[in-house]
Design a protein around this ligand. Sequence first.
Ligand SMILES: NC(=O)c1ccc[n+]([C@@H]2O[C@H](COP(=O)([O-])OP(=O)(O)OC[C@H]3O[C@@H](n4cnc5c(N)ncnc54)[C@H](O)[C@@H]3O)[C@@H](O)[C@H]2O)c1
Length: 270
Amino acid sequence: MNVELAGCNVVVTGGGSGIGEALCRHVAQHRPAAVAVVDVNAQGARQTAARIGPIAHPFTADLSSEDGMTGVIDDITAELGPIDVWCGNAGIFTFGGFDVPTEAWEQSWNVNVMAHVWAARHLVPQMVERGGGTFVITASAAGLLAQIGSAPYSITKHAAVAFAEWLSITHGDEGIGVTVVCPQAVATAMTAGVPGGGVAGVDGMLSADEVAAAAVDGLLAGTFLVLPHPEVATYARRRAEDPQRWLAGMRRLQQRFVGGVGETTDPGAP
Ligand SMILES: NC(=O)c1ccc[n+]([C@@H]2O[C@H](COP(=O)([O-])OP(=O)(O)OC[C@H]3O[C@@H](n4cnc5c(N)ncnc54)[C@H](O)[C@@H]3O)[C@@H](O)[C@H]2O)c1
């Protein structure tokens, strides 16, 4: 199902920085009625909106709680009208394993997973009533493979991909389109200071613009899975076909990159 952005109200969360900022600019090229730039960082949201011009509107919201989510959905709807396309892109990275404090696990869970659930809970009924709508979820290759160095990121990004699949299966026939974007390393604030993107950079770093362009192409074409690093498809296939071999390769990668921060990757052919 092709998606038309012209005349639509599009929301981008995490729009104040990185991939979200680039998504706002790329979406704006397709003649939407409005782009709502949502971020917990008010200044970032304002700067992105200013860069785009009058069709862009900044909104400040902390999407780690359902109240924050419903508040901003209500504000956007009151100011711009019904939401047609929701790009849930805000995300956080936490380095560590089971040692990560419970509060930090909860924050990852809320921002990387529950924000998508809350957005869908409030928007799907409205969208279905109006004949349809679209969700773009920025997950990660970590959601298909694993994140060396971060249990919270691996788990929450897998959950984000699983929710995107569930949403498409359950509401696709009611006109709800879903696109899930799963890049490896991207040069943004999240990977700043990690030379070459760390472990996720083994296949090269992409720019936020390259990822946003791939995401918007996928959105327009109605593609479910967008892999800006195409190698990820091969890695996911290998993981499914021979998990034991894949895990052995990932342990070797872990040895090489212990302490590395970034997104996920695969060892290639072990
Ligand atoms: N950079 C990478 O290598 C990479 C790779 C794959 C996926 N991703 C995913 O891409 C998305 C965007 O990340 P990015 O790389 O552009 O990083 P970024 O840090 O530049 O941008 C993330 C944005 O989300 C906002 N945000 C964080 N918590 C929020 C909250 N509670 N409420 C509202 N906004 C919040 C931040 O203020 C920031 O502007 C994330 O979901 C990330 O997990 C990033």
